[in-house]
Write a protein that binds this ligand. Structure first.
Ligand SMILES: *Cc1c(COP(=O)(O)O)cnc(C)c1O
Length: 412
């Protein structure tokens, strides 16, 4: 059974100050998980996680992670500015962008961020703007399909990101000519993987590439960035990844490929988003309508603008009807929002306990790619974000949008 990190009594107390809907984050869970990740890679002295800002671009969250030793992974101007405003700058920023506008490269350089080049042609593009920095990273795309134990996890051949193997070699040579001294290799080949093998297999591919690149170009390879993609179990029957096993698997690949090549100093970097935050956030809403036509519907005060993943990908998000955790799941509902879009459903044909008007409905695992994917369709406003502190208190970390925010760009 999937458990909530908040109780009905706590939600009733929060309701005195903050109306639903809102996203709620669990500071204790976030910190403990960040420490587990660090421990899993503690065998690698240079290890560092750069949190993928797009997953949860909320200053209070970025600061908590920064306190736990994480940097930021940015991919746009505003993400760079956000990181800067949180006091996270320099080589604590990985700039992993694509189709990058010139002013964003310049901002990244101004902040001293590590630039991760998505394409061979970006070398010229960047060198026309400014001198090539001393440390630079290149993004790799091996093509083909990425599979683990005959199971296809994703299809890099169809992905717009990264450079071919030949381009990586040419890029490292050219970047050295232009003054680069330290190199990184990055690849993101599969998303939301539920497998302790994804990182180790990706690492093995990148370690072998690193050995070849060093041999063929003489480049000093300082770090390998395994990027994001470690998933979380959205469904109650799915097993969770074991980050300690994942760290061990990467260590084994490191010791069998990099150590014999005399490359013991390579640092391992990660850019996890979902794994860092998704389970430690939830969307809290209330049932405000019930409707009986050809199916049974429960209408919430939240809708797809607060959480787009079910409408966009048909993604499963577990739902708990608060106070009814032990009641039988003997009612079949579609749980809907209020958009004039029939795909605005948080769940379809979901078996749940009987829901009454006013019940608190907790939608799980919204801590990453939740609030951040919000939008304003139908004039709907983005919700507040609240933090459940380690001492049990509640802190407002982003206020809800108001109609004035919505009108702010309109020209009347
Ligand atoms: C989205 C993204 C991530 C984070 O992915 P998760 O699946 O949330 O771990 C990391 N790096 C890059 C370049 C990304 O685009």
């Amino acid at each position: 059974m999937k458990k909530t990190f908040i109780t009905l009594e706590q939600l009733q107390k929060i309701a005195v100050t903050y109306p639903t809907p809102y996203h709620l984050y669990d500071e204790k869970g976030i910190r403990e998980n960040a420490r587990r990740l660090k421990k899993a890679f503690s065998w690698n002295p240079g290890f560092k996680e750069f949190f993928a800002v797009k997953a949860t671009p909320t200053p209070a969250i970025l600061k908590i992670l920064h306190e736990e030793g994480c940097g930021t992974d940015c991919s746009s101007m505003t993400e760079l500015m956000l990181s800067e405003r949180c006091g996270i700058t320099g080589q604590d920023i990985m700039f992993s962008s694509n189709a990058t506008p010139p002013e964003e490269f310049l901002k990244a350089l101004e902040l001293g961020a590590i630039i991760n080049l998505d394409d061979y042609t970006h070398i010229d593009f960047l060198s026309k703007l400014a001198p090539i920095p001393e440390t630079v990273c290149c993004r790799y795309n091996p093509g083909g399909v990425f599979s683990v134990a005959n199971h296809i996890m994703d299809n890099p051949n169809d992905a717009k990101y990264g450079m071919t193997r030949e381009q990586m070699i040419a890029a490292f040579k050219k970047l050295q000519e232009l003054g680069a001294k330290k190199f990184g290799i990055h690849a993101f080949l599969a998303s939301n993987t539920i497998s302790n093998e994804y990182y180790p297999q990706l690492a093995a591919q990148l370690f072998e590439l690193a050995v070849d690149l060093k041999r063929e170009t003489g480049a000093d390879i300082a770090f390998i960035n395994l990027s994001g993609g470690v998933g979380i179990p959205y469904e109650p029957e799915q097993p969770a990844n074991d980050i300690m096993l994942i760290g061990e698997g990467v260590r084994r690949a490191f010791e069998s490929i990099l150590t014999p090549a005399g490359m013991n100093n390579v640092a391992i970097y990660t850019e996890l988003g979902r794994f860092m935050l998704a389970p430690y956030g939830c969307l809290v809403a209330r049932a405000i309508h019930e409707k009986h036509i050809y199916k049974e519907y429960i209408g919430l005060d939240a809708c797809a603008v607060n959480l787009m993943r079910p409408a966009m990908y048909g993604a499963y998000h577990h739902i708990t009807v608060m106070g009814k955790e032990n009641a039988p799941n003997d009612h079949k509902y579609d749980i809907t929002g209020s958009l004039c879009e029939n795909n605005d459903k948080f769940a379809i044909d979901r078996m749940l306990p009987k829901i009454d008007i006013g019940d608190f409905i907790v939608i799980h695992d919204t801590g990453a790619h939740g609030h951040s994917m919000g939008y304003n369709y139908n004039g709907k406003l983005r919700s507040a974000e609240l933090l459940l502190r380690e001492d049990g208190s509640i802190q407002l970390i982003r206020r809800a949008e108001t109609p004035e925010d919505y009108f702010a760009t309109a020209i009347f």
